[in-house]
Structure formats: C-alpha cells, structure tokens
Design a protein. Structure first.
Length: 159
C-alpha cells in the first residue's frame, strides 16, 4: 500500500510540475506581449512630442556646462542640412558639425538673426570649433556671468 501511495505522489508531483511549467511559459509570453505594447505606446508618445525636422529648419542645440567656458553661450544655433535614419546633421556658420544629433537633442527655432552681426565669439563644443555671433552693441550686462574678468575679452574678435 505504501508503494502505491509513493507512485500516486510521484504522478501528482509530475502533473504539478507540468502545470507550473505551462503557467511560467504562459506568463513569459504575456509579459513579452505587454512589453511590446508598452514600447509601441512609448514610441507613439515620443513621435508626437518630437515631430520630425525638415531640412533647412533652424534649430537650437543646448551646450552642456562642461563643454562651454564660464561665460560661454548656453546654446548653439544651426540649420538642419541632412537627415539619415533619424539622425540629423547640423550646419553652422563655420561648417557642419561632425556629430549627428537625435531629434530629442534639437530644439526647433523660429528664425536666426536677420542681419549678420560684426562680432563673433569662438568656442569648443564636441571637439568641433564653432562660431557664435554676438550683436555689435552688446553690453557687459548682457553677458550671463557673475563677474566680468579681463581675460574673457581676447576671445572676442571683430570681423
């Protein structure tokens, strides 16, 4: 009688393990489907938030505090000159940047300044030299700095 009980218990354990394995596989398939649905939803949300840019659009690129000097500009203005698989090539007055940008790194700008100013400031960003134009009538008060220092002026050259 104890031999029959052992066989019944063994059969019960095998059935329970099969059911457990089936439920695990089912949960994994459902989790995979839910992840795909969530990814699709996230892509739709980001596509609505970050509409694609057209070639020739004016954009503003934020420059991180590590990449700019103390009194450097926070943004770089440029124009979209090419788009390839969601990566944008940006052109500036000094040429095109070597780095390709994603849509979330670019902020559309309505327009660039209508007239070309006479003063330009050079700085480094992503190992590319870029020129940012500053208006001729810029005052010290227009510079976002805590304290004006003398060695900042040699960086500004007139054209």
């Amino acid at each position: 009688m104890s031999l029959d009980n052992d066989r019944d218990a063994e059969t019960y354990d095998v059935c329970a393990l099969d059911k457990l394995e089936d439920s695990i596989v089912k949960e994994r398939v459902e989790a995979h489907a839910a992840q795909k649905q969530q990814a699709k939803k996230m892509l739709e949300s980001s596509e609505q938030r970050f509409a694609p840019l057209h070639i020739g659009s004016n954009v503003r690129i934020a420059i991180g505090p590590v990449d700019r000097p103390k009194i450097g500009h926070r943004n770089l203005m440029g124009v979209v000159i090419a788009e390839e698989n969601g990566f944008y090539t940006i052109g500036t007055s000094n040429g095109s940047l070597n780095h390709k940008f994603l849509r979330n790194q670019l902020h559309p700008s309505r327009s660039l300044p209508s007239e070309q100013p006479l003063v330009k400031h050079q700085f480094m960003e992503n190992k590319d030299t870029n020129i940012v134009y500053v208006t001729e009538d810029a005052q010290q008060i227009d510079v976002p700095a805590r304290k004006m220092i003398f060695f900042a002026t040699p960086d500004v050259t007139t054209v």
